[in-house]
Design a protein around this ligand. Sequence first.
Ligand code: ZN
Length: 250
Amino acid sequence: MTKATNLAYLIDTYSWNGQGLVLDIIPCTLPPNKILGTKNIDTPIFTVLLDTTLLYPQGGGQPSDKGQLIHDKGDHKVTFFVEHVSMKGEIVEHHGYFENGMLDVGNKVDIQVDGDYRMLNSRLHTAGHLIFSMIKKLELPLIEKKGYHFVDGPYVEFSGIWPTDLTKENFELKVNEAITENLEVTTRYAGQEDGVQENEENPMRYVTIGELTKSPCGGTHVRNISELGRVTIRKIKTSKGVTKISYELV
Ligand SMILES: [Zn+2]
């Protein structure tokens, strides 16, 4: 039984290089096109387990990171290209393919996160929090339902009906006004003041944007809301009591 993976990506969104130890390598059972996309479908795919990881596993509406695991064998370097990362129970599974041979159990690897992709996903994800925070600040009668922060059409969904006296343009203006306030984005774990016992194993992790509302979240976020640039609200639509707000970053 493999131990729970240490989730080092929770400490710092901007930490893109680190080290890990290979605990297991198994053939990947996910469909090859999910891992390789349009790349050569004949490439054998594997799942690598590490003691600790900097790579974010898909979840909470945020896509997984991509990156590389590199081990120096002395006369050559083996690279495992991580194309998809998922979480099974408390174990993070890195799915991808090898170049220049294979890793062995017990190898130390340099973990390299694709930083541009991490930042794009972190910005999209944080923008979702900002939209939610703005809805709370404006005291709109909406309850957060879910978020989808993928680059192919991000949106946030709420239970409740969008008020007719607030236009999409005005809401967009308020969201972007908040961005100009350069609010800090911080995460913290629930503590004694929240009624959590000191010995509790997995206290809830919260993200806050300035003084705006806090949300429970295990994703990666930018440090400051100014890094979002500009948010465009593409569409606000209420259907069957559910309001969907589609957005994009420019
Ligand atoms: Zn989050």
